[in-house]
Design a protein around this ligand. Structure first.
Ligand code: 13P
Ligand code: SF4
Length: 317
């Protein structure tokens, strides 16, 4: 299934015939990343979905990402190669739970991570991704209370960066990132004191990484809390020989392509998202050939969520 294989040629030819653009998240399997027209983080892919001229988007990622594309581009056909590709983080809050939370905090501004269902986005004021969460919350007047959901570790990161007290954070988490522990990170950082640390803010170990920087165990300028897109920019700029990477392991493929001389190592090699990996090369071929699985968002929900998603793609780099 290499980039020049018969499979890849067939996928590209069928996509052309359908006037489809293929987008792949950084956590996809290498074959899918290599055949895609664009690979990126959730913010970059949402922006491409909103501005693409293609009449069909084939979204190789998880369901909330394809839904976000559909909200931004309702006139386009959006396909996901396997609609069962969900997200444990998006499942950690329902629209009913959010409505109850809002009722307890009248007047608060709701900031939802893009990893949420369309029904939750419909109850949201501004969406964000890990690339721009800090800027999004910072755009809200200081005197306003903020409800941030659903990821507790990203929420803690934003609160720490901005020193913002009037910010409530939902206690959700991604099982893949929460499973990358501070103990693993500390042991590996101690074994390779010259390594840089790239840590996704959804990780349970983000606090340990900052603790290591705070105590001087790892020089503070070697500890970087970054979105997947931010990791790629940092990889191109790094002077380090080795980098410890705390995020889903699909990320290593783009990092190694961006900086082939650097030794990138996963902090937890088993941190693999089964949902992301449901988008197999076979499923992608089936999708461009048969038009499966089409993503629908109820127009009423899409309309209510659109402003929040549009604000998200306007804020930050
Ligand atoms: P980003 O690509 O925005 O960093 O998102 C990470 C993620 O977990 C998506 O599911
Ligand atoms: Fe969701 Fe976590 Fe998988 Fe990302 S890695 S899609 S947040 S379950």
């Amino acid at each position: 299934h290499g980039p020049d294989s018969e499979w890849a040629e067939e996928v590209r030819a069928l996509a052309r015939k359908r006037d489809a653009v293929i987008l792949a998240h950084n956590y996809q399997v290498p074959e899918v990343q290599d055949v895609a027209d664009h690979v990126g983080d959730s913010l970059a892919l949402s922006r491409i979905a909103a501005s693409s001229d293609a009449s069909t988007i084939v979204f190789c990622g998880v369901h909330f990402m394809a839904e976000t594309a559909k909200i931004l581009a309702p006139e386009k056909t959006v396909l996901i190669p396997d609609e069962r590709a969900g997200c444990s983080l998006a499942d950690s809050i329902t629209a009913d739970q959010l409505r109850e939370w809002k009722a307890e905090h009248p007047g608060a501004v709701v900031v939802s991570y893009v990893n949420t269902t369309a029904a939750v986005k419909a109850e949201t004021d501004i969406c964000c991704t890990s690339s721009n969460a800090v800027e999004v919350v910072d755009s809200i007047p200081r005197e306003k209370e903020v409800l941030f959901l659903p990821d507790q570790f990203l929420g803690a990161h934003v609160r720490r960066e901005l020193g913002r007290e009037n910010m409530q954070v939902w206690a959700g988490e991604c099982h893949v990132h929460a499973g990358i522990s501070g103990t693993q990170l500390t042991a590996q950082a101690e074994a390779d004191p010259d390594a840089e640390l790239f840590v996704h803010p959804e990780c349970g170990c983000a606090t340990s990484a900052l603790y290591l920087a705070g105590t001087g165990a790892v020089p503070a300028d070697r500890v970087k809390i970054l979105s997947t897109g931010g990791m790629l920019d940092a990889a191109r700029a790094t002077g380090a020989k080795s980098v410890l990477v705390a995020t889903e392991i699909g990320m290593l493929h783009q990092l190694r392509k961006a900086a082939p001389d650097v030794d990138f190592r996963a902090v937890n090699e088993r941190a693999s998202c089964t949902y992301m990996k449901m988008i197999t090369p076979e499923a992608l071929l089936r999708s461009v050939r048969d038009g499966t699985d089409e993503v629908h968002v109820a127009p009423e929900l899409a309309e209510r969520g659109r402003a929040a998603v549009q604000r998200m793609i306007e804020i930050g780099q």
